[in-house]
Ligand binder design. Structure first.
Ligand code: SF4
Ligand code: SF4
Length: 129
């Protein structure tokens, strides 16, 4: 049988565990979906630095490209974005939140209007993420 219990050796560990857990829940309620990934996770720094290096050297990177004229604002992309981004609004305004998208492609899967595409490109503009 798989052991799924938490290993706790003292009352202090229990208190520490619940303080950390409740803090994460409260921060998430206050700051929104995927707060840990977006603002706290130390791995995010690698994502951020990688994006900056890629842009500085104009390296080809995987980007999501939008065509706002094809978008019907059904908002399915927003509803299913794993990072909680307002994708439909970004398509509408051609204004993308470039650092928080993890290129999972879920918004592309949801879009039935062919308004989103993913491709390798050197292009640096406000129409790509
Ligand atoms: S690829 Fe789409 S669904 Fe995934 S994080 Fe980026 S905007 Fe959100
Ligand atoms: S799923 Fe496609 S059509 Fe619907 S809002 Fe998003 S980009 Fe626009």
């Amino acid at each position: 049988m798989q052991n799924t219990r938490i290993s706790i050796s003292s009352v202090h560990d229990v208190i520490r565990y619940y303080i950390i857990t409740i803090s994460i829940i409260l921060i998430t309620i206050a700051a929104g979906k995927r707060t840990w990934c977006r603002y706290i996770c130390p791995m995010y720094i690698f994502n951020y630095v990688g994006i900056k290096i890629g842009r500085f050297f104009k390296l080809p990177t995987l980007k999501i490209v939008s065509e706002s004229d094809k978008c019907t604002q059904c908002r399915k992309c927003t509803d299913h974005c794993l990072m909680g981004l307002d994708v439909a609004n970004m398509v509408k305004n051609n204004k993308w939140n470039t650092n928080e998208c993890i290129k999972c492609g879920e918004c592309l899967n949801q879009c039935k209007c062919d308004a989103l595409k993913i491709k390798w490109t050197k292009q640096v503009s406000n129409k790509v993420i």
